[in-house]
Design a binder for this molecule. Structure first.
Ligand code: ADP
Ligand code: ZN
Length: 288
């Protein structure tokens, strides 16, 4: 048995699974103060006989296995969790080895193993939800280095009709600051799911997300792009993003996936629907 945790800003998903990636037991708990949330995590896994644990976490978090602060959260906007030793606390309490990566890196890995990118060697995964984050699985490894990528915080060119100041506590109008679920709500005064029929909303949203994807395509050249997260529940958004990406690249990258209808197979929804993160955490445990 393997344990898996997807630690998010609003909820923690906890699961026990086998080496084939089947989830056999699962529980979702809200993200509150660590003194409330972590005992619930420990309680879930206690006596379940897990031999390893995988953790896909929100960040920023130290994912360098050589570091003595491995698994410690860093400057997260979630104040209660700043500098919290998430990995170490769980490891000590349950007395099992723990492998840690970002939520989006493990989601990219799960899509490559069991989802919509099993036929390629490089998979890029972006979530557009409470925050915006992206990860990548490249020839058998998730993408990391000095720290982990922070692709949600890039700068994008402003839409000429958009005057919203931006909601990122660090950069104001970075991508996350102007295109996340909460930023949609602050700009338009309504929740994303109440804005379905307003075409201007989704035109501007697609303009920002397509710019970001264009940059990621230039930098990483992934073989597949997968976009998940609550905001992508707007079914009209994905086709708008694809159209804009083709326009912005303007034929510069010579691939049928980036010039014509084949883009429908290149920028896609998660094959694992909302389980990419937790299945990625499980895969991390199985393969550590
Ligand atoms: P999280 O990022 O916290 O893991 P989600 O991926 O579900 O969670 O994203 C939550 C965000 O997505 C919220 O800001 C919410 O308003 C937005 N959202 C959820 N459903 C929809 C929808 N149908 N249309 C537009 N936005 C939505
Ligand atoms: Zn930012």
């Amino acid at each position: 048995m393997y344990g898996a945790i997807e630690a998010g800003g609003t909820k923690f998903v906890l699961a026990v699974g086998n080496e084939k990636g089947d989830i056999l037991d699962k529980q979702v708990i809200p993200t509150e103060h660590p003194t409330i949330t972590i005992p619930k995590v420990i309680n879930f896994f206690k006596n379940k006989g897990i031999k390893k644990l995988g953790l896909g976490s929100f960040g920023p978090i130290d994912i360098n296995e050589e570091s003595n602060t491995y698994g410690q959260l860093q400057k997260t906007p979630k104040n209660d969790w700043v500098d919290y030793p998430l990995g170490e606390t769980i490891k000590i309490a349950l007395n099992v080895p723990i492998k840690i990566d970002t939520d989006v890196n493990v989601a990219a890995m799960a899509e490559a193993k069991w989802g919509n990118a099993i036929d390629v060697n490089t998979c890029f995964y972006m979530t557009v939800g409470t925050g915006i984050g992206a990860g990548a699985y490249v020839h058998g490894q998730t993408l990391k280095g000095l720290s982990h990528p922070e692709m949600g915080h890039i700068k994008v060119r402003r839409h000429p009709e958009d005057t919203y100041v931006g909601s990122c506590p660090y950069h104001k109008d970075c991508l996350e600051g102007i295109a996340s679920g909460p930023s949609l709500e602050k700009r338009w005064g309504k929740k994303g799911n109440e804005l379905a029929n307003d075409t201007k909303v989704w035109e501007i949203e697609a303009y920002y997300l397509a710019q970001a994807l264009t940059n990621y395509i230039y930098i990483l050249s992934p073989e597949r792009i997968i976009i998940g997260g609550g905001v992508m529940n707007q079914q009209q958004l994905l086709p708008l993003i694809r159209k804009r990406v083709i326009e912005m690249l303007n034929g510069y990258v010579s691939s049928p996936y980036l010039t014509g209808k084949e883009i429908d197979q290149y920028i896609v929804s998660p094959g694992l629907t909302d389980e990419a993160g937790i299945k990625g955490a499980l895969y991390l445990a199985i393969n550590s």
